[in-house]
Design a protein around this ligand. Structure first.
Ligand code: PLP
Length: 380
């Protein structure tokens, strides 16, 4: 039986291993570990790519979020609105700054719902955090319109959106600040943790610059309290190597999405992500998140056929997590969506054969449902 794992770390070693090892050797030979040339080169390349003025590399995507809110002065007594359909780190970044995370619903495309955002605004609201989820960018016209109307900051969590665009503008570049994650399974992943903050604002950039390096300015002088959240030069060197073929990476992900769409769009029960180039969106498919009213049965069937899938966030959106103090929120649209949500394999190790095999198995599952061979408790 064919095996299509959800993520193929072995393929990564086989395809990139020797190239990456020579990059690492070069860094080691020079003993260039902290804030060396490769780190600044990487920041410059991302700035050119995104067409943004400042790029600050940091230790991980969560730190990027925390520091972005911190340099805007978000503090105790403030409220920050975020979509509950996100990784817990979006909300924890609000919490660690002493502010109150306010979860809201997503819309049919699984992205933050602008109408829900507007309803959640109070006198305490200071910022909105759109999450550029699954490699798609939110409707940023609607969200920036709301932010301007109420005088709120926007901090974009674009951890899953490097290269994604809305109306030809890159995710991460709409707000006061935008952040990215370089976690291994992300679109551009290193060999551990890494993150990026981007901004067009000189003052905010200077603050993040110092904050990530013990409060030190470029002169080396400490200008205020800081922390240690630097991207290792070793990781930056690996990222520069991988970024050389980033356009091809994105193109391949979009091809895979197109292939899923062609084969699965006839299945009435499934809700698929928008196909590539729908409306104003340029999607880069960090994930391929489908909805099925027989999600758990489908997941088990695919396991039996050798296909790995994943429930995003382990099957719970942020407000549903016990222990965070947000479980009194009632977000029926998001709760229904996450109970039906499943991530199909989406990464560049997939061959066309693999994608076709996944589709065949999904369609075979639905044939068994239709014939009444598999009896499902449909989630409606
Ligand atoms: C991965 C991720 C983060 C956190 O990034 P790390 O680099 O793992 O700290 C934050 N938000 C979203 C939406 C993510 O997917």
């Amino acid at each position: 039986m064919k095996q299509v794992p959800f993520f193929n770390y072995k393929y990564f070693y086989e395809s990139e291993g020797s190239g990456i090892l020579s990059v690492i050797e070069n860094v080691m030979r020079r003993g260039a570990y902290i804030m060396q040339q490769e780190m600044f080169d990487f920041e410059k390349r991302i700035a050119d790519y995104l067409n943004v003025k400042h790029v600050l590399s940091v230790a991980n995507g969560t730190d990027a979020l925390e520091m972005s809110l911190q340099v805007l002065g978000i503090k105790s007594g403030d409220e920050v609105i975020f979509p509950s359909h996100t990784f817990v780190a979006t909300a924890s970044a609000i919490h660690v700054n002493g502010a109150t995370p306010i979860p809201v619903e997503c819309g049919a495309d699984h992205m933050m719902d602008p109408k829900a955002v507007e309803k959640a605004i109070t006198k305490r609201t200071k910022a909105i955090m759109p999450v550029q989820l699954n490699g798609r960018t939110c409707d940023m016209d609607a969200l920036t319109g709301i932010a301007e109307k109420y005088g709120l900051f926007i901090v974009e969590d674009a951890a899953q959106g490097l290269g994604s665009k809305f109306k030809n503008r890159f995710a991460g570049t709409f707000g006061s600040l935008g952040t990215f994650s370089l976690y291994p399974a992300k679109l551009l992943g290193c060999l551990g943790d890494g993150g990026i903050v981007v901004t067009n604002d000189d003052e905010l950039a200077e603050k993040v610059y110092a904050l990530r390096d013990h409060g030190r300015m470029s002169s080396g002088k400490v200008a205020g309290w800081g922390r240690n959240s630097r991207l290792d030069t070793l990781q930056a060197a690996v990222l520069n190597y991988l970024f050389d073929h980033y356009d091809a990476t994105i193109a391949r992900r979009r091809e895979i999405a197109q292939r899923y769409h062609e084969q699965l769009s006839g299945c009435k029960d499934l809700i698929l992500p928008p196909k590539p180039d729908t409306g104003d969106h340029f999607d880069v498919y960090q994930n391929y998140e489908i909805e099925s009213s027989h999600r758990d049965l489908l997941k088990q069937y695919l396991v039996d056929q050798g296909v790995g899938t994943l429930k995003q966030w382990g099957g719970e959106t942020v407000h549903q997590i016990q222990g965070l103090g947000l479980d009194h929120y009632n977000l029926p649209f998001t709760e229904r969506m996450i109970a039906r949500s499943l991530l199909l394999p989406m990464n560049i190790s997939l061959k066309n054969d693999d994608v076709d095999y996944v589709c065949e198995q999904v369609l075979a599952f639905y044939a068994l449902i239709d014939e009444g061979v598999l009896i499902a408790d449909a989630l409606q």
